[in-house]
Design a protein around this ligand. Structure first.
Ligand code: BV8
Length: 235
């Protein structure tokens, strides 16, 4: 196994499934009863803001009763103990990675617990509902706060930082994502192009499985702690 110093980890909804949070493409292909286009686009928000706000208010409230699982905790342990570079890039908008203790991480699709004021462009921590048109604590405007979430057609956050980490990576690990959404689904190809080894851990083979040197099929709660043991043992 070539020397591993820099690791990039991409996580998706599958890593939070065992914490009880719904994934996007469940068996019915719906997302908590909605078609994703009806709730996760700027057009949907313009068309029916109260539907979209209610959808996110429900998910933000749901988050309060969800706990990090063994996979989140294992990645937090790796973050604390790994001597080389490490970056956890999550597509998830839940806060389970940070609640497990992860530090070297970023939310490329935003966060449920962040609000964005379309009046003054401020972003702020937000725990409650947005559907009842609260006033922005920064500028006072009422009803101008939207979820600070990257919707389809919007630019994901921190892409330069992500690309830089991918180019430097010796190991790229994808956990709990279907590989359905870009640009995240293309990260494995970038990492491989720059010489990284690539590993996927997922309940089913993802759409991009064939890009990975290795694919481990199973539950994140089982596979991720085992893999962290392995990689810390080899460091
Ligand atoms: C952009 C926030 C450009 C919302 C999300 C045609 C071709 C290529 C691309 C496009 C195209 N048409 C349009 C596009 C672009 C589009 C896209 O990729 N569309 C897809 C549908 C084709 N992408 C975008 O619009 C992105 N922006 O491209 O901007 C641009 C350029 C310049 C200037 C401006 C703009 C923005 C995409 C972000 C959308 N927002 N989330 C919210 O959360 O409310 S996406 C959402 O779905 C998630 O965040 C996640 O990223 C994504 C995929 O979901 P997954 O995390 O993978 O979850 P999923 O349910 O799909 O899979 C779960 C997996 O876990 C499964 O495989 C399952 O087997 C596994 N699993 C389940 N249980 C477990 C498990 N694994 C392990 N253990 C378990 N227990």
């Amino acid at each position: 196994m070539p020397e591993i110093t820099n690791i990039v980890i991409l996580t998706g909804a599958g890593i939070s499934a065992e914490s009880g949070l719904a994934t996007f493409r469940g068996p019915d292909g719906l997302w908590e009863g909605h078609r994703v286009e009806d709730v996760a686009t700027p057009e949907a928000f313009a068309r029916d803001p109260s539907l979209v706000q209610a959808f996110y208010d429900a998910r933000r409230a749901r988050l309060k009763s969800a706990e990090p699982n063994a996979a989140h905790r294992a990645l937090a342990r790796l973050d604390a103990e790994w001597p080389g570079e490490l970056l956890i890039v999550t597509q998830n908008v839940d806060d389970l990675h940070e609640r497990a203790g992860a530090r070297r991480m970023l939310h490329m699709h935003g966060e449920l617990k962040s609000a964005w004021c379309l009046g003054c462009d401020a972003r702020m921590r937000w725990e409650g509902d947005l559907g009842d048109h609260p006033a922005c604590p920064e500028c006072g405007a009422a009803g101008r706060l939207r979820p600070d979430i990257v919707w389809f057609g919007e630019m994901p956050y921190e892409m330069e930082r992500i690309d830089g980490a991918l180019m430097q990576s010796d190991l790229f690990v994808s956990i709990g994502t279907s590989g359905a959404v870009y640009p995240a689904a293309g990260f494995v190809q970038t990492a491989r192009h720059y010489g990284a080894r690539t590993l996927e851990m997922n309940l089913d083979p993802s759409l991009g499985s064939y890009h990975f040197h290795e694919s481990r099929i199973g539950r994140a709660g089982e596979l991720v702690p085992m893999w962290v043991e392995e990689v810390l043992g080899s460091s």
